[in-house]
Each structure stands twice: as C-alpha cells, then as structure tokens.
Design a protein. Structure first.
Length: 361
C-alpha cells in the first residue's frame, strides 16, 4: 500500500487536524509525540479495493497509515483525546484534538467507516463462497464431460475407466465441500475470537493506562499526605514543648504565689510589730515632758535651797539619783529610738521589695 494515496484511486472523505501520538513500544504505557504540531488527519476510501484508511503526513514523513478493519475500536480516553490499536502496524495511535466536538466527529466517522469495512468484508466473503460453489459445480461436471468424451471409445474403456473415475471425483468433491465448510466455519470462529481478543486487549490497555495514571495520582497524594503528616508531627512536637514550658511557668507561678503569701504573712507580722512600736513611741513625749518638768523643778529647788544646806545635800543626793535615773532613761530612750528607726528602715525596705516583687509578677 502506497503511503500517500494517488487521488485517481483514493479520495479523502473526512479531514481534521490533531496532535498525533504513538504508544512507546518499550513500555507500552507512555505516549510518544509523532508530530511537533497539529497535522492533517484524513479518512481515505479506495474504490478499487473497497477499503478505508486513516492517513496523516507531517511534511514528507508518513506518521499514520492505518487500514480500518471491522475489529478495530476507537476509544475516548478524555474529553479531547482518543486512541485505537492497529495490529498490522503493531502499535496504538493517539489523537489530541483542540475541542471535544472535533473528537466526537472523528469518533462518529470512525464508527461509520468501521461499519462500511464490515459490509465490504461480508460482500467479499459472499463472493468467495459463490466462486467456491461454482468451482465445485465445475468439478461435478468434469466426470460427465469425461463420459461424453469417452463415448467415442470402446465399450471396454467405458467399463474399465468411466465408472471408477466418476466415483473418485464425486468422493473428492464431497471431501472438498466438507473441508471448505469446516474452513469457513473455522475462519468465522477465529475472526470472532480475534475480535474478542483485540477488544479485550484494547480494554486492558486502557485499564492499564488508567491504572498507571491512578498510581501516579495516589503516589502524589501519598507524598502530600506524608509531607502533611511530617508537618503535623513537627507541629505536635512544638506544641508539646510549649505545653512543657507552660507547665514549668505554672510551677514557677505557684511557687511565686506561695512566696507572696509568705511575704504577706510576714508583712502582717511586721505591721503588728510596728503598731506596738508606735504605741510605745507615744509614751516617749510624756517621758520627755516629765524630764523637762523635773529639770525645772530641780532648778527651782536649787534656787530655793541655796539657803538650806541640809536640804540641799538631801536634794543633791536626790538630784544625783534623779540625774542618774534620767541618764539611764535617756540612754534607754535613745536605744529605743535607734531600734525604732532600724525597724522603720527594715519595714520601708521590706515594702519596697514587696512592691518590686508585685511589679515583676
């Protein structure tokens, strides 16, 4: 079959444009581009042979030369892609169309051409059977012609050759009829089985391609899920670390709360002690006033008792005792004031520490 049909014999009956692919012969899974761009794809009809072909030429290179048989099946694998298997070319052709409408038109034309090829095959089989019957009938007529030609012979030749030859030819014709009938039935049976196998092969090829696509899809989803799982694990670890930090912070807060309660208790004790010191401090002015009054009385007594020596001595003794008592009292008062000042300073420092602790919390 010539790659480029001569227009005197083959005429295009349908033409479209599509991207042409062929199945990878090594993997039988991946598609290999047969054209760098969209090319013309046409159905051709050969009137002399009563056959149909799909032909596509890219420049000077024939990329599709597929004779359509009734056993072929065109399968739509997506909205814009279709394929069919060609056992004679030992490959699978794929076409990618610009739109779904063009794919539908091409598939409908494929079905029409397939039906026309089936009718052409049935007619050719009828012609073969008719010619076979004619040949059988001519085979039957051969003994009679032999008999007719042997009329001019002797009676001995008729007796010795005519009868056995006719019987032999008849038996041979019967055997040929039986063999022809068996071969015809076997041919139909084999064609049916071959069609079934080809359809099954096409379905298996499609299922294999879909399975490969599904596997790639699930691999991608598995990778995405694995990556997401790793991210979630890292997030969980971060949250666990944050929870540990929160628990530690809670423990620190509990310790600070206990320490604060202890400090509040100490503060209350210091305030009670300070209150007692304040009460004691209120007595100090009275003692001071008493001391001043005693001094005034002592001065008056000294003036009054200048004339009274005896009383002066007694008074001096009392004054010395009083001075001594006053000195002790002043010493005690000074010590008391020193202690009070120290307590006040401690309380002031304690309050400043307590305030700083409250601000830090």
């Amino acid at each position: 079959i010539s790659p480029v049909p001569p227009y005197s014999r083959e005429q295009p009956i349908f033409t479209t444009r599509a991207h042409v692919f062929q199945i990878d012969p090594s993997t039988k899974k991946n598609w290999v581009p047969a054209s760098k761009q969209a090319v013309t794809v046409s159905y051709f009809y050969d009137s002399t042979r009563n056959s149909y072909r799909i032909i596509s030429v890219d420049g000077a290179k024939v990329i599709i030369n597929s004779t359509i048989t009734p056993n072929m099946t065109f399968t739509k694998t997506s909205q814009k892609f279709g394929q069919w298997a060609d056992s004679r070319a030992n490959t699978v052709f794929g076409l990618g169309f610009p739109s779904e409408q063009q794919l539908t038109k091409f598939a409908e034309k494929f079905q029409e051409v397939k039906e026309a090829a089936k009718l052409a095959r049935d007619k050719s089989q009828e012609k073969i059977e008719t010619s076979s019957n004619h040949s059988q009938e001519s085979g039957r007529e051969t003994p009679s012609s032999t008999r007719a030609s042997s009329v001019n012979g002797t009676d001995d030749e008729k007796a010795s050759h005519g009868g056995p030859t006719e019987a032999h030819l008849k038996s041979e014709n019967d055997k040929l009829k039986i063999a022809l009938a068996q071969s015809s039935s076997n041919v139909k049976k084999w064609e049916t089985e071959l069609q079934t196998l080809r359809e099954s092969n096409a379905r298996l090829t499609t299922a294999l391609q879909e399975s490969a696509a599904s596997i790639e899809h699930w691999k991608k989803q598995f990778s995405a899920c694995k990556e997401e799982n790793d991210q979630l694990r890292s997030k969980i670890e971060e949250l666990e670390e944050q929870c540990n930090e929160i628990n530690k912070e809670k423990e620190r807060n509990a310790q600070l709360s206990r320490r604060l309660q202890e400090l509040e208790t100490e503060l209350q004790d210091k305030e009670l002690e300070l209150e007692e010191l304040r009460k004691q401090g209120e007595i100090v002015p009275q003692l001071m006033s008493e001391c001043e009054s005693v001094s005034q009385q002592l001065q008056a007594a000294e003036k009054k008792n200048k004339d009274l020596e005896e009383k002066v001595r007694t008074l001096r003794t009392e004054v010395e005792e009083s001075k001594h008592r006053q000195t002790n009292l002043k010493t005690e008062l000074k010590n008391f004031l020193d202690v009070l000042d120290g307590k006040i300073d401690e309380l002031h420092d304690f309050r400043q520490g307590l305030s700083k602790l409250g601000v830090d919390n």
